[in-house]
Design a protein around this ligand. Sequence first.
Ligand SMILES: [Cu+2]
Length: 176
Amino acid sequence: MGQLRKNVAIIVAMIMIVVTKAEEHIVGGESIGWTSYPPGGASFYSNWASNHTFIVNDTLVFKFESGSHSVAELTKNNYEKCDKNEKIEFYVIGPARVTLNRAGRFYFSCTFSGHCSSGQKLSVEVVTGNFSSAPRKAPSSSTPPSLPPSGSSASVASTTFSIFITTITFKTLFQF
Ligand SMILES: [Cu+2]
C-alpha cells in the first residue's frame, strides 16, 4: 500500500511537470510578427492574444528589425494612452524575448512615433499553470502550415509524453 501511494505520488508529480512546461509564443505569428499598421489595426494583436493561453514562465517572442521597432512594457494607464515615457521594461534588439514571470496582465507597445496608435500594442493575461483553469488552446488556424510556431513541436512532444505517463499510471494502479 505504501509503495503504491509512493508510485502514484511520483507519477502525479511527473504529470504536473509536463503540464506546466513553458511555451514560446511568437507575437503576431511567424509571417506578420511585431509590426506597425498590422492588418485590421489594434484588433490584430488582441485577436492574436485571444487565440493563445499564456501561462506563467511562458515566453513572448517579438520579431522585428532592430532600429525599426521596439518593445516597451507599460502600465495599463500608459498603454491605453500610448504614453511611452515611463517604461517598466524596454527592449530595442529584435527579436526580443520576454518571459511572462508572473500571473496577471502585461501591457506592451512599440515606442516608435505613431506605431502604438496605429495598432502596434499588445496586452496579455497570464494565468498560473494548473489543470482546471488553464487548458492550452490549439494554435491559431491562420498560421501557415509550412511555418509552424516554434512552440508546437514541444507541445506535441509533451502531449505524447502525457499520454505515455497516463498509460503508466493506469498500469501501476491495476497492478495492485
Ligand atoms: Cu514599431
